[in-house]
Design a protein around this ligand. Structure first.
Ligand code: ADP
Length: 292
């Protein structure tokens, strides 16, 4: 199964060009769509999920024309939106069963085994009789995935699912997605570099509506080998370094700033740094690198 996005463009009525000629091929497995806030991730996710129109371009899921055959797409697509509200005063199992009825699973015993399986898959089975209103952020997000998986989708889209989760919940959520990614095409949109570094088999970095990088996280890091340099400077020196070097990041530690810069060879007073995906991310969004 392959999702092929070609020349996809979208300008909102206020003039914001959210997608500029996006070309992306998304293979099987877990795909990370990484970009800062405002990059166009949600616009792209909602367009693929048939919830909004593009101005131009096409999206094909194998032979299926996603932008035209919306009804068919909805049968095989699960979607967890950025804002998934589950403040309901009914239990997880009741709610999931209710959504299953709406999706046409009318047989009670089939519905029972389906909801049990999904609650197990999302590590919520032991909480099935708890009210959704009492769920933590991570449990709500996992419930969101359970409902998105109800129709047995071939493709699952999750939009910024880890924002606001504490580290343990985030890890549990990503582990679960990783397992789901073994059977289903999963597109994970996120602004958190570690989400992608930890679990995605392939990725894209987008910024200002444009694709800057497509590839595998490990290859992306390899691209920067020998080109990332580090130095610890004072806060006062930061401004002049910003003017002279291609700064990737600056992190405060013990009253000093640990900076990473991008340069083809050692620009002089720096030490070599082992590149990480975060360096690739900043290099891509600052337009120092692009493979697209
Ligand atoms: P991301 O999900 O990466 O944060 P979005 O797709 O939400 O990015 O937004 C991309 C750009 O489009 C932003 O500049 C945002 O302000 C703008 N935008 C998003 N939705 C709308 C809308 N409904 N109307 C006008 N502008 C929008």
């Amino acid at each position: 199964m392959e999702l092929k996005i070609s020349n996809l463009s979208k300008t909102y009525s206020n003039g914001v060009q959210a997608l500029k000629d996006i070309n992306l091929t998304i293979p099987n497995g877990l795909f990370g769509l990484l970009g800062p806030n405002g990059a166009g991730k949600s616009t792209l996710m909602r367009t693929i999920a048939t919830l909004q129109e593009a101005d131009r371009g096409s999206v094909f899921l194998d032979g299926l024309d996603v932008l035209k055959e919306k009804h068919e797409v909805r049968k095989i697509l699960g979607y967890l939106p950025q804002e998934f509200g589950t403040y309901s005063n009914i239990t997880a199992e009741e709610m999931l069963s209710h959504i299953a009825v709406l999706k046409g699973v009318v047989d009670k015993s089939i519905r029972k085994s389906l909801t049990s399986r999904l609650l197990e898959q999302t590590n919520l089975f032991e909480f099935r009789n708890k009210k959704l209103a009492s769920f933590s952020g991570g449990m709500k997000q996992r419930f969101g995935v359970a409902q998105a998986l109800l129709g047995n989708p071939k493709i699952l889209i999750v939009d910024e699912p880890t924002a606001g989760l504490d580290p343990a919940e985030r890890k549990r959520f990503l582990n679960m997605l990783s397992e789901i990614g073994e059977q289903v095409v999963v597109i994970l949109s996120t602004h958190i570099v570690d989400d992608v570094a930890d679990i995605c088999t392939s990725m894209s970095i987008i910024s200002k509506g444009e694709v800057k990088y497509i590839g595998k996280p490990r290859e992306a890091v390899g691209l920067l080998r020998g080109k990332v340099w580090k130095k610890t400077i004072t806060k006062g020196e930061e401004k002049s370094y910003k003017e002279s070097y291609k700064i990737l990041s600056g992190k405060f530690a013990d009253g000093m700033v640990d900076i990473h810069v991008y340069h083809d060879e050692n620009p002089g007073v720096f030490e070599p740094a082992v590149p990480e995906l975060e360096d690739v991310y900043f290099a891509a969004i600052h337009n120092y690198i692009s493979n697209n």
